[in-house]
Design a protein around this ligand. Structure first.
Ligand code: SF4
Length: 332
């Protein structure tokens, strides 16, 4: 397997997450949705955060966006701690710089507003100094970035296809000239051809504007073509993190292997590089009462005695490749 495109490693850290915890108190107990995770995001890269539902990936994104505040730990954006600042308390420059594209454009776009209204509202909020003609110029520029034309301006979201609606949502996010874009399952509601149009558009925009992406998804097939690095999460923990190339060619954690082996393959070459099928046992346990020791132990086909007794730490096993598994870590 080749690298999807040239690795763009850069030493400039744009976002630093340190020992982040996000707990929710419910009637049934405390949900430890994110439980002590740390990672960096480098300028100009795409970091994918993958995992099944309940892994904590969306909660992590929501803390970065300010929709939740951290229970413990920190999120530094350009060295400023933002994990404790809710969205409404964030200064306008910060809201401008961190934007999001949601999974379902049908619900994230107002069905009664035209494309022009939707994009112009974002421009007016963030750039009130622009006059009507400058706003139109900016709108056309934004539509151009995402491969739409002025013909789309006076259409309602319902008159567009799913892929086009997602491109409008992307144009709206770009209206504030963001630095960091969080892509929350951006293609999961789309058909295959619309998916590939969105992915190509995202790649082109990143190249031209040096944008940084955090891609939240359960679908490893999507991240293969767009991300530089991957954090794999399970029940609130990062269990493996490495470059996309490493994850797809040398995945070490049984959970990552399970996710990879469930990807449908279309060629013999593809099936050769994916790990042998790893069949998990049972269902994802509750984040209120996670298994002791390794959280994957109740489903892992390779679990040994120590797995239920001691929590494996996320350790570097090859350069830039970190794994939390007793079978892989050197100290067992
Ligand atoms: Fe499986 Fe044990 Fe590794 Fe957890 S630590 S993934 S239970 S082998």
């Amino acid at each position: 397997m080749k690298e999807p495109y040239e690795m763009k490693r850069c030493d400039k850290t744009i976002l630093k997450v340190e020992h982040l915890k996000k707990y929710f108190n419910t009637q049934k107990g405390t949900v430890r949705a994110v439980d002590d995770i740390s990672f960096n995001v480098f300028k100009g890269e795409t970091l994918a955060i993958v995992g099944e539902s309940g892994s904590g990936k969306t909660t992590t994104a929501n803390v970065i966006l300010g929709r939740y505040t951290a229970t413990e730990g920190s999120v530094f954006y350009k060295s400023i701690e933002i994990g404790s600042i809710s969205l409404t308390m964030r200064p306008i420059w910060l809201r401008r710089e961190i934007q999001v594209v949601f999974q379902d454009p049908a619900t994230s776009l107002n069905p009664k507003k035209t494309v022009k209204d939707i994009i112009e509202t974002a421009i007016k909020i963030h750039y009130p100094q622009l006059n009507k003609y400058e706003r139109i110029e900016k709108m056309l520029e934004l539509l151009g970035y995402v491969g739409l034309t002025e013909d789309h301006l006076f259409k309602l979201p319902g008159e567009l296809g799913g892929g086009e609606r997602q491109l409008v949502a992307l144009a709206r996010a770009l209206a504030t000239n963001p630095t960091l874009l969080i892509l929350d399952e951006p293609t999961s509601s789309l058909d295959v051809s619309a998916q590939s149009r969105i992915l190509v558009t995202l790649l082109n925009i990143q190249k031209n504007k040096d944008l940084t992406y955090i891609l939240i998804t359960h679908d490893l097939a999507v991240v293969k073509n767009i991300s530089h690095r991957i954090n794999v999460m399970y029940l609130g923990k990062i269990v493996e993190t490495a470059t996309t190339y490493e994850i797809f060619t040398k995945a070490l954690h049984p959970y990552t292997q399970m996710l990879l082996s469930s990807i449908p393959t279309i060629s013999e070459e593809e099936s050769k590089i994916l790990p042998k099928r790893v069949e998990p046992r049972g269902e994802v346990p509750s984040a209120i009462n996670p298994p002791s020791g390794c959280r994957f132990s109740s489903r892992c086909p390779f679990a040994i005695d120590i797995c239920t007794k001691r929590e494996p730490l996320l350790e570097e096993v090859i350069t830039d490749h970190f794994v939390a598994c007793h079978l892989v870590n050197k100290n067992v």
